[in-house]
Design a binder for this molecule. Structure first.
Ligand code: GLA
Length: 368
């Protein structure tokens, strides 16, 4: 296996770890803000990874060192409570907290972390930290938890410990990845079906604008969705259809619900087309427009990437992840030509320079 960046993270005491674990990040092909509405998503795991080296120590605490942050932070297990910590290390601490809350005895740990996933870019850098640590804990404690159970513990780390009210997509995606496949997930059943998919056709463009899933906006939109479902008399928007939405809802509730309902249909149509080797370009563009006009989580930079990509020959393009910055994906066309037009347009509009890169679809988290 090729290790990206500067190789595996060294342990602070210079000795060998008992092992290394890793997790990829993810790109979501289509299906945005549908996971917490118990609908459908279609992500794939990418070849950017978090690596964690592990040593067992005698004290009842965890100490974690990050190469990227150039910092070590520790917390004793007696102080490990939800919501007490807000640093980069909280994804590590939250995962240990979730295991302990699940009744699993976790030994004292020295962890060393290295990540080649840009932080806050919408590529699930936080879910990757959780999944790398969770697969390590699963092996070390011989808990034998399955991937769906691990995803739930990682999700609990992020939503209950860190306090970001996210859905389950990212944690499921980074744990279940397979090469040359996208994952069709039913977020009510927590099930995964693999769909043939070649990520070489994609270009990822990072706006370099950063967002956080616990900045309030994500939670507000989630609440709107929950209120919409409530007014429709259903438990989640998964069970809504377009005529119910148009007839019963008004204003903000109508627009967010319309996005969720139409996006679920686009995911199902995408799975059908990919299974028959047909392009999903127009569905990607429809998804972006819906996120722009109805869910209202795009930004001028993301809209610009999509417009320029289509103008210069892409089959389709859309933002992915939580939006308001982060990345867009571009399907088909001449990637070099499209990237240079996007860069030129960004410069013309006075935006900071974007970063374009390729990804491949890859395997999920586990021991190296
Ligand atoms: C973030 C969250 C996911 C999902 C997406 C939007 O990535 O972590 O759970 O809701 O936003 O689709």
């Amino acid at each position: 296996m090729i290790i990206d960046g500067h190789g595996l993270p060294k342990m602070p005491n210079g000795e060998s770890p008992i092992g290394y674990w890793q997790s990829p990040g993810r790109v979501n092909l289509i299906g945005e803000f549908t996971d917490y509405n118990l609908g459908f998503v279609l992500p794939f795991a990418i070849d950017r990874r978090v690596y964690v080296g592990v040593q067992i120590i005698d004290e009842p605490l965890v100490r974690v060192t990050s190469r990227e942050e150039n910092e070590s932070i520790s917390i004793s297990y007696s102080d490990l409570q939800s919501g007490v910590d807000n640093s980069w290390a909280s994804y590590v601490f939250g995962t240990i907290w979730a295991f302990r809350s699940h009744g699993i005895k976790v030994p004292g740990l020295e962890l060393s972390l290295h990540s080649s996933i840009p932080i806050g870019a919408g590529l699930s850098s936080s879910a990757a930290i959780e999944a790398a640590v969770a697969t390590a804990l699963n092996d070390i404690t011989e808990s034998d938890l399955g991937l769906a159970q691990l995803a739930k513990l990682c999700h609990s780390a992020e939503s209950d410990y860190v306090g970001a009210p996210v859905g389950i997509m990212d944690q499921m995606a980074v744990l279940n990845g397979q090469s040359q496949k996208a994952m069709f997930m039913d977020c009510r059943e927590n099930s995964v079906q693999y769909v043939p998919f070649n990520a070489n056709e994609l270009l990822i463009v990072d706006t370099r604008l950063r967002h956080s899933n616990n900045d309030g906006n994500y939670a507000r939109n989630r609440q709107l969705c929950e209120r919409a479902a409530d007014q429709l008399g259903i438990t989640s928007l998964r069970d809504a259809n377009l005529s119910m939405v148009e007839e019963t809802l008004r204003g903000d509730l109508r627009r967010v619900a319309r996005h969720v309902v139409t996006e679920n249909l686009r995911v199902i149509e995408s799975v059908d087309r990919l299974s028959n080797a047909r392009s999903i370009g127009d569905l990607l563009v429809d998804s972006h427009r819906s996120l722009q006009k109805d869910f209202m989580v795009t930004c001028p930079e993301l809209d610009c990437i999509v417009e320029v990509a289509i103008t210069y020959g892409a089959e389709g393009a859309r933002m992915f992840g939580a939006g308001l910055g982060g990345c867009a994906l571009v399907l088909g066309g001449d990637h070099e030509r499209i990237a240079s037009h996007i860069t030129a347009e960004f410069q013309y509009r006075g935006y900071q320079p974007p970063h374009a890169f390729a990804v491949t679809s890859t395997f999920g988290a586990g021991a190296l």
